[in-house]
Design a protein around this ligand. Structure first.
Ligand code: ADP
Ligand code: MG
Length: 401
């Protein structure tokens, strides 16, 4: 169902509560924003609102504070935001209450203020109705651009929509649009899944077994599949609790005649370290005491051939331990392969995976790089996200005052 967006309503002169995902990494000690990708991702919405003469009350969570925690203050975000916008961004010391309300009510059209970390109040994550109501009382319209938090039913992502007309921001719209294409894919549809743990990916794998034409598995999570296939994986990261599910997934792939590819060669290391001794071996020959750190050249070649001609490609999860230079090679090569596919909608999801393509400077060569980690996975599973469900449907004549 298409959702109403900020473009479908009149926000001129109105106080708009904007839920953004400014959950950015901060430098310990100084609190400087280390990576402002998420802040920049919401700029189109902020700029649109300001151009329309809205009074913008922006909000976000940051980290996992237990109560008030100055090291997780959104002041750092306000500073970066004002640098980017070249305009001052007023910060409230809190999220709710008379002082914040006064600030909100004195905003000029085009003005922007930022609330303090929404999670300084435990009521946020409890989706407390009173807290949601207090947030809503600041504004006349709710605009949600925080796709990365849309899989959580919190006061600022879902609860607040009970008290205000609720529409999608431009980033939220783009995320729903592109990720939605993977739910109604042009075929052939291939999914490349990697990352550390199979436990965080099993649900999406099961869904992809029913939806995709090809499933290409790499990274740490592929180890459990390799072990389930009977290969020795040495000291590799494996989740033994998932061997049975991996086996069943492979059976299901056979029943469905779906192409399921595992690595055929891998880079192994004698310890988990950047400067470990490393070599490329067949998956049949992982030496005892060694561990799989990356996919090998042959595997990348095989994956590249499988992806050729695909019309929809989703990639979530790195193929190796990207934090260590020598073991980032497989992910880097694969990123290039997907980026250069012709005639395909290419979608990248997951924090670590998005970071890979950002660092390589090739993010713009993908159709869409999702800002959501967990949210993008749940979306790809076909689940309705609470933060999306709470938004007004496009075609129901939502009464916007
Ligand atoms: P994303 O954030 O893109 O969803 P994940 O969080 O699932 O990705 O996984 C990223 C992590 O997976 C990285 O920290 C990387 O080191 C790890 N990883 C990938 N391959 C391996 C491997 N073979 N062994 C151990 N860890 C791995
Ligand atoms: Mg991750």
């Amino acid at each position: 169902m298409r959702k109403k967006t900020v473009r479908d309503i009149d926000v001129g002169g109105k106080r708009v509560l904007l839920r953004a995902d400014f959950n950015v990494p901060l430098e310990p000690g100084t609190g400087h924003v280390l990576d402002d990708t998420r802040i920049r991702a919401t700029l189109p919405t902020i700029e649109y609102l300001r151009e329309q003469g809205a009074k913008v009350i922006a909000s976000s969570h940051l980290g996992r504070p237990r109560g008030r925690d100055d090291s997780l203050s959104l002041r750092s975000v306000a500073q970066r935001l004002s640098e980017i916008l070249g305009a001052p961004v007023e910060t409230a010391g809190c999220c709710v209450g008379p002082e914040v309300q006064e600030m909100a009510y004195s905003l000029e059209p085009g003005g922007l203020m930022l609330l303090e970390n929404l999670r300084f109040h435990p009521e946020e994550e409890k989706n407390d109705p009173e807290y949601a109501k207090a947030l809503a009382s600041l504004a006349e319209v709710f605009v949600n651009d925080a796709f990365g938090a849309a899989h959580r039913a919190h006061a600022s992502t879902a609860g607040v929509a009970a008290y205000l007309p609720a529409v999608a921001g431009l980033l939220m719209e783009k995320e729903i649009d592109y990720l939605g294409r993977a739910l109604k894919p042009e075929r052939p549809y291939a999914a490349v899944i990697g990352g550390a743990k199979i436990s965080t990916k099993m649900a999406v794998l099961e869904s992809l077994l029913e939806r995709a034409d090809k499933l290409l598995l790499g990274g740490g999570m592929a180890n459990t599949f390799l072990k389930a296939e009977g290969f020795g994986v040495g000291e590799s990261l494996v989740e033994d609790d998932y061997l049975e599910q991996a086996r069943r997934a492979m059976e299901r792939a056979q029943e469905k005649k779906l192409t399921l590819l595992l690595p055929s060669d891998v880079i192994v290391a004698d310890r988990f370290a950047e400067d470990a001794s490393a070599k490329r071996v067949s998956v049949k020959d992982v030496p005892e005491g060694w561990r799989i750190m990356d996919i090998g050249e042959t595997t990348v070649d095989v994956f590249a051939r499988a992806l050729e001609g695909c019309r929809t490609v989703v990639w979530n999860g790195p193929m190796g331990v990207i934090e260590f230079g020598p073991f980032a090679h497989g992910s880097h090569r694969l990123a290039g392969v997907i980026a250069n596919l012709k005639g395909a909608t290419t979608i990248v999801g997951g924090g670590a995976t998005a970071a890979v393509v950002e660092q390589l400077g090739i993010a713009s060569k993908f159709s869409h790089v999702s800002t959501g980690g967990g949210a993008s996975l749940e979306f790809l599973e076909g689940r309705e996200l609470p933060g999306v469900a709470a938004l007004a449907d496009a075609d129901n004549g939502y009464p916007i005052p």
